[in-house]
Design a protein around this ligand. Structure first.
Ligand SMILES: Nc1ncnc2c1ncn2[C@@H]1O[C@H](COP(=O)(O)OP(=O)(O)OP(=O)(O)O)[C@@H](O)[C@H]1O
Ligand SMILES: CC(=O)C(=O)O
Ligand SMILES: [K+]
Ligand SMILES: [Mg+2]
Length: 478
């Protein structure tokens, strides 16, 4: 009998693949260390490189028999610095620099900006943030093709770093022509999920969703990245339309007063949890591990707190894309998750019940998933088994963060992959027409259950006008 071992952590780990990890060997190690979602940041690299990464992730995931979802993160409206001679320049306080829209190689005095209308976005006195706010400039003069500025806070500026002008009104659509090209590429390569950067309102999400649908990829997840104040203001509608959200703290921490981030993170996670939509907490979680083998105490605590806030997934960016210790960073997250999750039960269920208390969410699935929680608090249940068409039932159970694994069974590969964004859900891809006996046979065969174990299974028996999950049963394995 093949004995299967479930992962040691229920929190999902998203790792960005970059120059430090884009080889078969490193991808294999990332998966073994606990990576559940491979993120490709389309702001960097070429389609050729991206295609190779996708192929390697699929191949290694199959070889190791460990499911990994692929998230294509679009560049969106982010304005960026162009190429700089030698990779970076050192900007010093008080120096004058010219930001030009001409396509040149940058140096100490002239920095190229990859956005033609850049001078139209700023006026004298405006503050410009480079590299996630690490470097600050003030505008002195605006010309047709360039902006003169003075350095208020200096540092090393690397090629292709981001530019934020928090006050600027961006007149362009959140989904750029380049994003459309990338979505086409993503569809061709069967990517599971799209990360929509800088969404401002629900229409940005709906546009992306309808583009995917029109191109036969309506089952691709759309993760709305919350990284500007508009998105916070319009959060409820965005959440409603998106399949999941990412708290993109990098840009968010520049676009909004940074001290508001902790409370905002908690509020957004709570709302996403209540709707049963997966939420990823992103950026700088273990950033010191880009250079060091051991993270700071503050970083370890940040990961643990995000988990206690109710995040489904935690994300690594430069730590795994360009860092010196990518594997150690994933292993570190897995360790923090494992230990923290043991303490969350008293938090998770009680808290979610409190949140939902008094909210009338009159759907059958809502009632069913709430009663599952009653059941698992009453009797020792080994697993929650959920056959699912769209993954929705599994996600609604996942929001309570039960201590039992939620084993989800679906015939659709994409549905299974996208359950890799949800806390505590372990998906199995099944043959068309599978039934409840097939599920029991499978988990018995894998050694996940033995005789006398009690399991809970959700069911969807069509009756009258009702389709989808409409009942639960609790039974003992023979
Ligand atoms: N594929 C890559 N090639 C080169 N550098 C990369 C790559 N991926 C990430 N990086 C580096 O790691 C840093 C952090 O990664 P991250 O994915 O958060 O990107 P970002 O540029 O901050 O943008 P975004 O806000 O669009 O996600 C980047 O700024 C870049 O320096
Ligand atoms: C991930 C990302 O885009 C950010 O933190 O800004
Ligand atoms: K991006
Ligand atoms: Mg961002």
């Amino acid at each position: 009998m093949r004995r299967m071992k479930l992962p040691s952590h229920k929190t999902k780990i998203v790792a960005t693949i970059g120059p430090a990890t884009n080889s078969k060997k490193m991808i294999k190690k990332l998966i073994e260390a606990g990576m559940n979602v491979a993120r490709i940041n389309f702001s960097h690299g070429t389609f050729e490189e991206h295609a190779k990464i996708i192929e390697m992730v699929r191949e290694q995931s199959q070889k190791l028999d460990r499911r990994v979802a692929i998230l294509a993160d679009l560049p969106g409206l982010k304005i960026r610095v162009g190429e700089i001679k030698g990779g970076y320049v050192e900007l010093e306080r008080g120096e004058k620099v010219t930001l030009t829209t001409k396509d040149i190689e940058g140096d100490e005095t002239t920095i190229p900006v990859e956005y033609k209308d850049f001078p139209k976005l700023v006026s004298k006195g405006d503050v410009i943030y480079l590299s996630d706010g690490y470097i600050v400039l003030r505008v002195e003069d605006v010309k047709e093709n360039e902006v003169e500025a003075v350095v208020i806070s200096g540092g090393k500026l690397f090629s292709r770093k981001g530019i934020n002008i928090p006050k600027a009104y961006l007149p362009v659509e959140a989904i750029t022509p380049r994003d459309i090209e990338i979505m086409k590429f993503a569809i061709e390569h069967g990517v599971d999920a799209i990360g929509l950067s800088f969404v401002g309102n629900v229409y940005d999400v709906l546009k992306a969703k309808s583009f995917l649908e029109r191109n036969g990829a309506g089952d691709t997840f759309v993760i709305a990245k919350i990284e500007r104040p508009d998105a916070v203001r319009n959060f409820n509608e965005i959440l409603n339309a998106a399949d999941g959200i990412m708290i993109a703290r990098g840009d968010l921490g520049v676009e909004m007063p940074i001290e508001q981030l902790p409370i905002l993170q908690k509020r957004l996670i709570r709302k996403a949890n209540m709707e049963g939509k997966p939420v990823i907490t992103a950026t700088q979680m273990l950033v010191s591990m880009t250079m060091e083998k051991v993270p700071t105490r503050a970083e370890v605590t940040d990961v643990a707190n995000a988990i206690l806030d109710g995040t489904d997934a935690v994300m690594l960016s430069e730590e795994t894309a360009v860092g010196k210790f990518p594997i150690e960073a994933v292993e570190m997250m897995a360790r923090i998750a494992k230990v923290t999750e043991e303490y969350r039960e008293s938090f998770g269920i009680t808290r979610m019940r409190e949140f939902l208390e008094g909210t009338k969410r009159g759907t059958i699935k809502e009632a069913i998933t709430r009663s599952i929680i009653d059941a698992i608090c009453t009797i020792g249940i080994k697993f929650i088994l959920t056959p699912t068409k769209t993954g929705r039932t599994a996600r609604l159970i996942s929001r309570f963060k039960p201590k039992q694994w939620i084993l989800a069974f679906s015939t659709r590969e994409k549905v299974c992959n996208n359950l890799m964004f949800s806390y505590g859900v372990y998906p199995f891809c099944m043959e068309e027409g599978f039934n409840e006996n097939d599920i029991v046979r499978l988990i018995k065969g894998l050694g996940l259950v033995g005789s006398d174990d009690i399991v809970l299974m959700t069911e969807g028996k069509p009756i009258e006008k009702t389709v989808g999950t409409n009942s639960i049963k609790i039974f003992q394995i023979a």
